[in-house]
Design a protein around this ligand. Structure first.
Ligand SMILES: [Zn+2]
Length: 493
């Protein structure tokens, strides 16, 4: 849908939810929050357009992605990998300052994979347009792309008696391989039933079901019908698994319960973390459930009125996979081990952005623990859209508001305990984004840590470029990075 940021949920650069908004959209959300009595809103909402209905409920949608990622083993693998890549990347950035040279090629991993001839070819064409020679570029060693990585992606210390350029290359390669692994998880596809299923198909299904419930609860029944029509008629690829499932269930049972669909899609996220590239991947489990529905439409998992745990247990037995509880427990144990490594790493890496990154890692870890406990205790708190929306048993996320289309001109700098601005001028009047404390929570040091950790992931995007940087941000982050490392970035693309 238009108001949804593609992939925002599967590449969490920010511990919380991110919204891409225009000033107009901000006004609509603010207008909704200002209506004290939901019934007066319901009376007015007859005239609302789909765009308005979706915008008002976009936070409910994004919040669900956040919670699915905290609870699911798949989400834990992705978030852990991102944290490790960020840590390796930040160590690389720190070392860049000590290296000789004026220019840093980006993505830095590509330059390291290039041999001398490929580097000279690039210099003699594009590099000359920047006006520099090979001698101006930081002297990075060459590691062939297919050679075994000097270190697998992880939290490790590179021997500090190595030349600084070699240390830098090793951290950069560790970060690069982390980004590549996330890309593999994100782009894995399963084809069948005339559709293509990816991890997004599963996570978007639950987010849209919850959004529809939130629209019903917070706006009106008519508004939620409009939203459901949009889903049913959508040709967006990430909604096809949801639509295929709904149609097939309707054919099999004569009834479509959003609750049952949400339970099935929630189960798909709960695969064993050690099989996340194969049968444990959400897309593989989604393909399995669709096949089961085609072959055994009368199976009790599609028909019986049963508690969520009974549905989950039955699906585990049918597919012969590890029990969902033990998968969540395995993901939890892996997160604990990773956190212990972070704590050890924090002893040798401290100060500035490292402190922020570690503070966010700890907060992330405690949000994961709280979310897993709430879920295992009562899976219906997540798998049933109505209960999820009404009970809100899960941690409230920080909010990132981004204004990619331009700068928000302020009359005064932000002075708030609950909000920080990313401003492109020294006075703090030209904001390109905001980081906000969750509503209802007590202001504490986490707001600054979350904000600063987000700045490191912006800068990381420039150096490693696993995703393109939005135009309005590009120049600003180049300047920030130049301030950190004393060098400029030259894009190899
Ligand atoms: Zn989404």
């Amino acid at each position: 849908m238009m108001s949804h940021l593609p992939f925002g949920a599967f590449n969490p650069r920010f511990h919380g939810v991110s919204l891409f908004v225009t000033a107009e959209r901000m006004g609509r959300i603010a207008g909704y929050e200002a209506v004290a009595d939901p019934s007066s809103w319901a009376a007015r909402s007859d005239a609302l357009s789909l765009e308005e209905i979706s915008t008002i409920s976009v936070l409910d949608h994004e919040r669900r992605h956040f919670h699915d990622f905290l609870v699911s083993p798949f989400g834990a693998v992705m978030m852990g990998m991102r944290m490790q890549a960020s840590l390796a990347g930040l160590q690389a950035i720190k070392l860049l300052k000590q290296c000789v040279g004026k220019w840093v090629p980006a993505p830095i991993g590509r330059w390291i994979h290039w041999d001398d001839r490929q580097r000279r070819d690039w210099i003699s064409t594009t590099g000359e347009a920047y006006g520099f020679t090979l001698g101006d570029v930081v002297a990075l060693p060459h590691h062939p792309e297919n050679a075994p990585a000097p270190h697998k992606s992880g939290i490790h210390a590179v021997a500090d008696d190595l030349p600084v350029e070699e240390q830098l290359a090793q951290y950069a390669l560790a970060a690069t391989s982390g980004y590549r692994f996330m890309e593999v998880l994100r782009t894995k596809r399963v084809d069948g039933f005339g559709i293509t299923i990816a991890a997004d198909s599963v996570f978007e299904a639950t987010a849209h079901l919850v959004q529809s419930q939130a629209i019903y609860t917070g706006q009106s029944a008519q508004a939620s019908r409009l939203f459901e029509e949009f889903i049913a008629n959508s040709d967006l690829s990430h909604l096809q698994a949801l639509n295929t499932m709904a149609l097939a269930l309707h054919r099999a049972t004569g009834d479509v319960s959003a609750e049952r669909i949400c339970e099935l899609f929630t189960w798909m996220m709960l695969g064993p973390p050690d099989k996340v590239l194969s049968s444990g991947h959400p897309a593989a489990r989604c393909g399995g459930v669709l096949t089961l529905l085609a072959q055994q439409p009368k199976n009790a998992v599609f028909r019986a009125r049963a508690p969520t745990t009974a549905i989950f247990d039955a699906l585990d037995r049918i597919f012969g996979e590890a029990d969902w509880r033990s998968n969540v427990a395995a993901a939890s144990a892996a997160s604990d081990r990773r956190m212990a490594k972070f704590d050890r790493a924090a002893e040798r890496l401290d100060g500035g952005y490292f402190d922020s990154l570690f503070a966010v890692a700890r907060h992330w870890h405690s949000d994961q623990s709280a979310s897993r406990s709430a879920f295992v205790e009562e899976p219906g708190s997540l798998s049933k859209p109505l209960r999820y929306v009404e009970e809100s048993a899960y941690p409230a996320p920080f909010l990132e508001v981004r204004l990619p289309a331009g700068v928000h001109q302020r009359s005064k700098p932000v002075r708030s305990e609950r909000m920080r601005a990313v401003a492109v001028d020294a006075e703090g009047l030209q904001a390109i984004g905001y980081t906000c404390q969750p509503p209802g929570s007590h202001p504490d040091g986490l707001l600054d840590a979350t904000h600063n950790a987000r700045i490191t992931t912006h800068v990381m995007d420039l150096v490693f470029q696993d995703e393109p940087v939005a135009d309005a941000y590009d120049k600003y982050w180049r300047d920030v990075l130049a301030g950190m490392i004393g060098k400029r970035v030259a894009s190899l693309i």
